[in-house]
Design a protein around this ligand. Structure first.
Ligand code: WTA
Length: 701
């Protein structure tokens, strides 16, 4: 299936004028200690030094065998980095630090319940746990290099232990965000061909120990329906020895990890020396079609890229207390909670729960207690904490030198609160634009060398050469919007979509490829799927997705996935999902439904649709509103005009509808939806010009 990565960046959007924000400069004391404070670094990564410049990142790792080819372009666009080199990711993130610094804390686990003690796991303790669990995988389950294993685990240290144990054996892990439903997990099990699912009985969220094992049974059933049998389900227990789930263990299939581990106490498992280009993990993400994409990341290139960017952009030093308040179930957690910081041998904090439990002061109490000095989170979390506890940061005596933001554009006013209140006016802020596919940061500034600009992700990262094209493949001038692409490969780029190599080429490289037979990387720009503008100073401003993806709280949801979920309800004839502007989550989802003949709209029907979406995808995709309409606005060829209903949901002008097959329906839907929204006080704030353009062109791809 080919995706059509057509742009929604319209002519009018091209004319959008940005108000340029003022620069904010880093404090001298930050510059004095920064890992990258000498501008000569830009020369080391200049384009004429590409690709060998990335040796600087690879040299942060310990290699079993050196590489002979930095970048192999023989099979474009399936790039291979550091070919001939061999290494093991688990050795790099664990053993070498355990040898040098056994007692140093690798992970601090902060349970959600504040009365529970923090757990400090030293590098030598982490080595013991990773070895023992690797023994379980190898000796009890018979897993071997190249096998795929699906993980559906929450934010507990057992998750990185599981990932690193897989990495030790060259087993490809595929962690599915714990908040995804059993069915979503099952689809990913089937797609990756995993025989083993590793899960947990329960975990704390919002003060409750919630039953997670229930999802494992649904996942296994769904995977079987899609043709993939799961032989074993490994269940970590949140409290070893006590089972937190109501769901019985399936005889012969389900096993408690703590019981298995007791058979492998003290075992050492030799790390398997892997080729640099061997897959390390899969991370699924959404695209234009309903089938999720298993982004395959490499061992050597990926690990080098996350180590290098952690060092220079997050400014991680060995003695820092580093906290990335994200979920390991997303790419941010893989790259910047687990692999990047551990490759550098620093201390990484893992917090189990929600940021505002039991109140909005919690993150700042954690920071104070642990002496966190680098803090990384998303605009959604910042907006929420700003709303519910604007005064809270000032009450606690922590001190951040550095803060990062990721996942969505951050509004300048929110940026300023983050800077003055959370950062106490003294921390640098590094905005980082990147994607599941890209492994690590693409657009971001070196904090000691480039001033900050609120709302802009900054210039291109070292060794990254972006270009903004229009629809015809012509470069757009500064100040104009277009499709942002990266002209060159880089070590963190994913290798392929698992099992869908044609979709990989079609989605990311076909659009701006200059010659399909070319072996020259210059002919294969990477199409990121985001609209962007470059300012005269080379800073980028990311406008959002140009495909049918809605970014909810920094998480990508495909409209097709949401609509397919709604269509599992028997009475539903048609479904169309659209984004609405949301002050906390950036965007929320609303879904429009038309029913098959003979069925009447009802609250029960709306609930059914919501439940179907939660079952198929998870609570994260739960629609803010379900609108059951008499008919959808359609073109004469029968295509649903998503931009029209998106405009209605956002109280924006619908534009020209005279070419619709059924223009009269527009007024009736508008009346129905907007009256209901006014009645429940759910009128969105006035849109900015950029938001207006986004909504007005939604779904035109
Ligand atoms: C958006 C998350 C603006 C963008 C790491 C991208 C951003 C998608 C930023 C990837 C940022 C990510 N500013 N927009 N700093 N970071 N995005 O795959 O649309 O979950 O394509 O990876 O999020 O989301 P993903």
């Amino acid at each position: 299936m080919t995706e059509s990565p057509e742009t929604q960046v319209s002519e009018t959007q091209i004319a959008v004028h940005w108000r340029e924000e003022e620069y904010v400069y880093p404090p001298q004391k930050f510059i004095d200690q920064a890992n990258a404070a000498d501008p000569a670094i830009y020369d080391r990564f200049s384009e004429d030094r590409f690709p060998d410049c990335f040796k600087e990142y690879a040299d942060l790792l310990s290699w079993d065998a050196p590489w002979h080819t930095t970048l192999d372009t023989s099979d474009p666009p399936f790039w291979k980095w550091f070919v001939g080199g061999r290494l093991n990711a688990s050795y790099n993130c664990v053993d070498r630090h355990a040898e040098a610094n056994p007692d140093k804390t690798a992970i601090v686990f902060v349970p959600e319940l504040e009365s529970d003690e923090h757990v400090h796991i030293s590098y030598s303790e982490l080595r013991r746990q990773v070895n023992e669990f690797a023994a379980v995988l190898r000796d009890s389950l018979g897993l071997k290099t190249g096998d795929r294993v699906t993980l559906h685990m929450p934010m507990v240290p057992d998750l990185p232990v599981t990932m690193l144990a897989c990495a030790r054996l060259g087993i490809i892990h595929s962690e599915v965000f714990g908040g995804f439903s059993g069915n979503a997990c099952g689809t990913r099990i089937a797609d990756s061909g995993s025989r083993v699912l590793i899960t947990m009985d329960g975990y704390y969220r919002g003060g409750q120990l919630i039953d997670h094992k229930v999802k494992a049974d649904e996942a296994v059933e769904e995977a079987a329906r899609q043709g993939q049998e799961v032989d074993k389900v490994l269940v970590w227990r949140r409290h070893p020895g006590q089972y937190a789930s109501q769901i019985p263990m399936a005889e012969g299939r389900d096993v408690f990890v703590d019981e298995l581990l007791s058979e492998h106490r003290g075992k050492a498992v030799e790390p398997v020396s892997m080729p640099s280009e061997a897959p390390l993990f899969l991370m699924y993400t959404s695209g234009t079609t309903g089938r999720p994409k298993g982004c395959q990341h490499s061992t050597g290139g990926y690990l080098a890229y996350v180590a290098g960017t952690s060092k220079y952009y997050q400014d991680i030093h060995p003695d820092d207390m580093y906290w990335c308040m994200a979920d390991i179930g997303w790419i941010t957690g893989h790259s910047y909670i687990v692999y990047g910081p551990l490759a550098l041998g620093t201390t990484t904090v893992i917090y189990e729960g929600v940021p505002n439990y039991p109140d909005a002061g919690r993150p700042w109490r954690i920071a104070e207690k642990l002496g966190v000095n680098i803090f990384h989170t998303s605009p959604t979390a910042i907006r929420m904490l700003r709303k519910v506890g604007p005064e809270e940061p000032g009450k606690y005596a922590y001190h951040f030198k550095h803060m990062t933001t990721v996942g969505e554009p951050i509004e300048p006013e929110v940026w300023r609160w983050y800077h003055s209140e959370v950062g106490k006016g003294d921390a640098v802020i590094v905005d980082t634009w990147w994607q599941t596919e890209t492994g690590g940061f693409l657009g971001t500034g070196l904090p000691a060398l480039k001033p900050m600009k609120p709302g802009s992700c900054g210039p291109a990262a070292l060794g990254i050469y972006p270009i903004i094209y229009d629809e015809n493949g012509d470069e757009v001038p500064d100040g104009r919007a277009g499709n942002i692409c990266i002209r060159n490969p880089w070590p963190g780029i994913f290798e392929t979509i698992w099992g869908q190599p044609e979709r990989f080429v079609d989605t990311y490289y076909r659009k701006y490829n200059k010659d399909p037979d070319s072996k020259d990387w210059r002919d294969w720009p990477y199409f990121a799927g985001d609209g962007a503008v470059r300012a005269a100073d080379g800073y980028f401003r990311i406008l959002g997705r140009v495909d049918d993806v809605i970014n909810v709280a920094g998480h990508r949801l495909g409209t097709k996935e949401i609509e397919s979920a709604a269509l599992t309800v028997g009475e539903v004839a048609e479904a169309a999902a659209v984004p609405v502007i949301d002050d906390i989550r950036g965007r929320a989802v609303e879904i429009y439904i038309s029913l098959k003949p003979g069925f009447e709209p009802s609250q029960e029907m709306q609930n059914k649709v919501t439940r179907a979406i939660e079952t198929e995808i998870g609570k994260i995709a739960r629609p803010k509103n379900v609108w059951i309409v008499a008919d959808m606005p359609k073109t004469r060829s029968g295509k649903i005009m998503r931009r029209v209903i998106a405009s209605i949901s956002n109280f924006a002008a619908v534009g020209d509808v005279t070419t619709l097959a059924n223009p009269e329906i527009v007024d009736s839907i508008r009346h129905q939806v907007q009256t209901a929204k006014v009645a429940k006080d759910d009128v969105p704030r006035e849109l900015t010009e950029a938001e207006y353009e986004e909504i007005k062109s939604f779904g035109e791809a």
